[in-house]
Design a protein around this ligand. Structure first.
Ligand code: MN3
Length: 199
């Protein structure tokens, strides 16, 4: 299987005013597409062509940095689009909310720590909510890395590369992260990944 650019699961203007049509056009149509196209070129001749994107990125990590960068970013963006929805944010579904209380000290503390992870990622990268050894953890990674290469399963991630927020927020990364958590997160997709990560 080669990589394919998925359609956005909503209209380009559906996430306004928190994420603009212009940002989504550039981010999805240019940036994500480039990871797919470059990833497919780099896959040729590696013997990994038939593997899933998860298998490719784990196999490439530490062995083939250019392929890892593009496969990692392809995986990250496939989910990033699904981790958002129009009129997102709001209440976390029950089982996951309970787990956030148990492992992360409650929703408000989770929110503050998740935002801080995004602010504290120097340069390009991602902040994550992941499941590791049965527990929820907040992580941050540089560039295209994700929790899959650190023995954990991501259930929520936010892109803190400047291409994700600079059109709408300029240098105000904290404002973008706050809007992401409060107004964009699709908790149903997070809950679905949580269920898959813990079954
Ligand atoms: Mn991006």
């Amino acid at each position: 299987m080669t990589f394919t650019l998925p359609e956005l699961p909503y209209a380009y203007d559906a996430l306004g005013p928190y994420m603009s049509k212009e940002t989504l056009e550039f981010h999805h149509d240019k940036h994500h597409k480039a990871y797919v196209d470059t990833g497919n070129k780099l896959l040729e001749g590696t013997g990994l062509e038939g593997k899933s994107v998860e298998e490719v990125l784990v196999a490439a990590y530490g062995n083939n940095q250019p392929l890892f960068n593009n496969a990692g970013q392809h995986y990250n963006h496939i989910h990033f689009w699904q981790w958002m929805k129009p009129n997102g944010g709001g209440a976390v579904p029950g089982a996951l909310a309970k787990k956030i209380d148990e492992d992360l000290g409650g929703f408000e503390k989770f929110k503050a720590d998740f935002i801080q992870a995004g602010i504290g990622q120097f340069g390009s990268g991602w902040a994550w909510l992941a499941v590791k050894d049965g527990k929820l953890e907040i992580q941050k990674t540089p560039n295209g890395e994700n929790p899959l290469v650190h023995g954990a399963k991501p259930i929520l991630g936010v892109d803190v590369w400047e291409h994700s927020y600079y059109i709408d927020y300029r240098n105000r990364r904290p404002d973008y992260l706050k809007a992401f958590i409060e107004n964009l997160v699709n908790w149903e997709h997070v809950e679905q990944m949580y269920a898959e990560a813990t079954k």
